[in-house]
Design a protein around this ligand. Structure first.
Ligand SMILES: C[S@@+](CC[C@H](N)C(=O)[O-])C[C@H]1O[C@@H](n2cnc3c(N)ncnc32)[C@H](O)[C@@H]1O
Length: 201
């Protein structure tokens, strides 16, 4: 989906996503000391704002100006500072390396995903982490919600392939279940999760 389509999706006062952080971000950062964090395709800012609340110096990047306006609003309401950057992550080059680089549900076509994920793996500082969570390929047949185009879905193994040669050490690469409330009760969405560490210099 291109920028204009995302801007249209984000139009209106309601949040498209929730104000609460992703459950796997909370789980996977519990053992990390706050430092600098980069949230790629941050949307309405739920994850970057949560990181800032926990003492991270957070930066969020997204190409939707409408989403970023909502992100600014959320940060102000929560009383935290986050640097928001309006940019296309397919071409944006980070100005520095970060202690944590997060890609949450960045469902790009596979050819674009490969180069983008690899580039942002390169933005992880020594002793820093990369955290990727996204809609798993198997979610289409066995999960719920998420994009319905197979080419924008991926497995943890796909992400491990994307970041191969980046110098990161894969700590976790697996399919994970995320409970979603429906009218018929709770159903599990299937996500792919990869956490990787750049060994200290
Ligand atoms: C499913 S939303 C996820 C938002 C956020 N990561 C979260 O978990 O709440 C995907 C986001 O990717 C952004 N996006 C998609 N393609 C992008 C691109 N090429 N450059 C920057 N942002 C992009 C969209 O604007 C949207 O905010």
């Amino acid at each position: 989906m291109e920028r204009e389509e995302w801007d249209r999706r984000y139009a209106g006062d309601e949040l498209l996503w929730r104000a609460e952080p992703n459950m796997f971000l909370v789980e996977q950062t519990a053992d990390l000391e706050p430092g600098t964090a980069l949230d790629i395709a941050c949307g309405e800012g739920r994850n970057a704002v949560w990181l800032a609340e926990r003492g991270w110096k957070a930066t969020g990047v997204d190409f939707s100006a409408v989403a970023l306006a909502k992100a600014r609003h959320l940060a102000a309401a929560r009383g935290v500072e986050v640097e928001w950057i309006e940019a296309d992550v397919r071409t944006w080059v980070p100005p520095a390396s970060f202690d944590l680089v997060v890609l949450m549900y960045v469902q790009l076509p596979s050819a674009e995903r490969h180069s983008v994920y690899r580039a942002f793996a390169g933005a992880v500082a020594p002793a820093g982490h990369l955290l990727v969570v996204g809609h798993d390929t198997e979610n289409l047949a066995s999960g719920i919600g998420g994009p319905q185009h197979p080419d924008v879905l991926f497995s943890a193994a796909d992400v491990v392939d994307d970041i191969e040669g980046s110098g990161l050490l894969v700590e976790r690469a697996q399919q994970v279940r995320r409970p979603v409330a429906t009218d018929d009760g709770e159903v599990d969405a299937l996500d792919a999760l990869v956490r990787a560490l750049r060994p200290p210099a």
